[in-house]
Design a protein around this ligand. Structure first.
Ligand code: UDX
Length: 447
């Protein structure tokens, strides 16, 4: 009989995982404690913008015409426990307020709510990004609090999906990593991932701490690449070099690779910044903080980029204050193809300029509602053209395709001054310069 799968927490990770499991042919029950979210999902609506996710949900959610009916949702833990052979825990682990450490309260609450209902054998699989050592603790918790005792087993299976590519990354993962303590757990997880593994995804079996660490170290490595190239941008800036050419040239070395070497205003979002901070905090608890002091530098290089963008804009406007200056900001989300504005470098830059007296107008293809909620005092426009109308300077801060496809000549007609700063090194400098714009980017020479 086919495995029955439950997914606890239907945010970014959980909603995508649930839909992907249904796509792989399993019967799936998703749970969230937020009723409105469950109501939306039952109607086949996704609470955030993620390309392809709504279509995948609608293909499987029970009650939607033409669907397979394999995917249902509930708010009831007893129903989840009775339904599933495998329970994936996908709740979020944000940064603790005012601290570096990770807030485990949602994970702990999910285990506390599920455990008392586990009266038969079950595999609980953690997917959330957690401090190393959490799986050991949670396995002991399950054995103690589940009526079935040690037959409520734990496994750890970190998730590496990127926003904007979540569906594809889940159905065709670069690798599947599982931390297990028994052959039974490994066998069940091999069954879950049989399709992607048969299509070529490597299946890495390891222990709990290694599985937890794979996730945090992968994100630390990615953050390090970005801050490395941003540090090179600073040096290029000082020496008159071109960081885009430099990145291209070093990237030809396979050992370095070309990806994640785009200099600009740095990384943001709900993962990289908080994950490297939580990693440092956890290393401190383990007495290994010296091993990760470099991450403090990675974090500060990253945060510095935002201030440097503001400074570059101030200098480009003549070096005085922003008072009375009209600043068009293209992009609000932390990356393109997402409506996520959590720790968005773009909004941070916009906010700083606004606080310094600039008259900021923001436009983003998908992030407007979230941006308005977070920064209600900024100005907003309904299109790139409207944002640029009357602007003294244009800041390109999130590299949406829509912005790359803009016609600089048409924008030049409505701007007050043809001055553009590319905070993502993603526009075509020649295109803009030919249309009469002064183009500046971080770490690149002025023409
Ligand atoms: C990241 C990891 O990539 C993913 O594997 C993990 O599961 C979750 O965290 P995500 O937060 O979706 O995914 O974004 P990602 O594509 O990694 O980008 C993170 C940030 O880095 C964005 O703000 C992006 O603009 C920035 N970035 C990325 C750069 O500044 N330069 C680059 O070259 C690449």
């Amino acid at each position: 009989m086919a495995l029955k799968i439950t997914v606890i927490g239907t945010g970014y990770l959980g909603a995508t995982h649930a839909a992907a499991m249904a796509e792989l042919g399993f019967e799936v029950l998703g749970l969230d404690v937020v009723e409105e979210k469950i109501d939306m999902l039952r109607r086949g609506e996704v609470p955030m913008y993620e390309p392809g996710l709504e279509e995948l949900l609608r293909k499987h959610v029970a009650g939607i015409e033409g669907s397979t009916g394999r995917l249902r949702f509930t708010t009831d833990y007893a129903e989840v426990a009775a339904f599933g052979d495998i329970h994936f825990v996908c709740v979020n682990t944000p940064q603790r307020h005012g601290e570096y450490a990770c807030d485990m309260s949602y994970v702990d609450a999910a285990f506390a709510a599920l455990a008392p209902h586990l009266t038969g054998p079950a595999l609980v699989v953690g997917k959330s990004t957690v401090p190393v050592g959490s799986a050991d603790r949670l396995a002991a918790y399950l054995a103690e609090h589940a009526p079935v005792g040690e037959d409520a087993e734990l496994a750890w299976n970190p998730e590496f999906l990127r926003e904007g590519f979540a569906v594809n990354d889940t159905l065709h993962p670069d690798r599947v990593v599982v931390g297990v303590r028994s052959e039974r757990a490994e066998k069940l997880l091999r069954e879950v991932y049989a399709t992607p593994v048969s299509e070529g995804s490597p299946f890495v079996v390891t222990d709990f701490p290694t599985a937890e660490l794979v996730k945090t170290s992968a994100n630390s490595f990615l953050a390090t690449k970005i801050s490395f190239i941003n540090a090179m941008a600073e040096v290029c800036e000082a020496a008159g070099g071109d960081v885009a050419k430099l990145a291209e040239a070093i990237g030809h070395d396979d050992r370095i690779g070309r990806k994640f070497l785009r200099a600009g205003i740095g990384f943001g979002g709900g993962c990289l910044p908080k994950d490297i901070r939580a990693f440092m905090a956890r290393a401190g608890e383990l007495g290994a903080d010296q091993a990760l002091t470099f991450l403090r530098e990675i974090d500060s290089i990253n945060m510095r980029q935002r201030g440097q963008m503001v400074e570059l804009a101030r200098q480009a406007l003549g070096g005085g204050s922003f008072l009375g200056k009209r600043v068009a900001v293209l992009g609000a989300t932390f990356k393109p193809d997402s409506d996520d504005v959590r720790d968005s470098p773009a909004l941070n830059v916009a906010g700083q300029i606004h606080l310094q007296g600039g008259q900021v107008t923001v436009y983003d293809p998908k992030g407007m509602d979230n941006a308005r909620r977070l920064f209600p005092t900024l100005g907003y426009a309904d299109s790139a053209l409207d944002a640029v109308r009357g602007a003294d300077i244009v800041l390109h801060l999130t590299e949406w395709r829509e912005f790359r496809e803009l016609d600089p000549a048409a924008l030049g007609e409505v701007a007050s001054t043809r001055l553009v700063l590319d905070g993502r090194n993603a526009l075509d400098p020649e295109l803009w310069r030919r249309a009469g714009w002064t183009y500046r980017a971080m770490g690149r020479p002025t023409a």
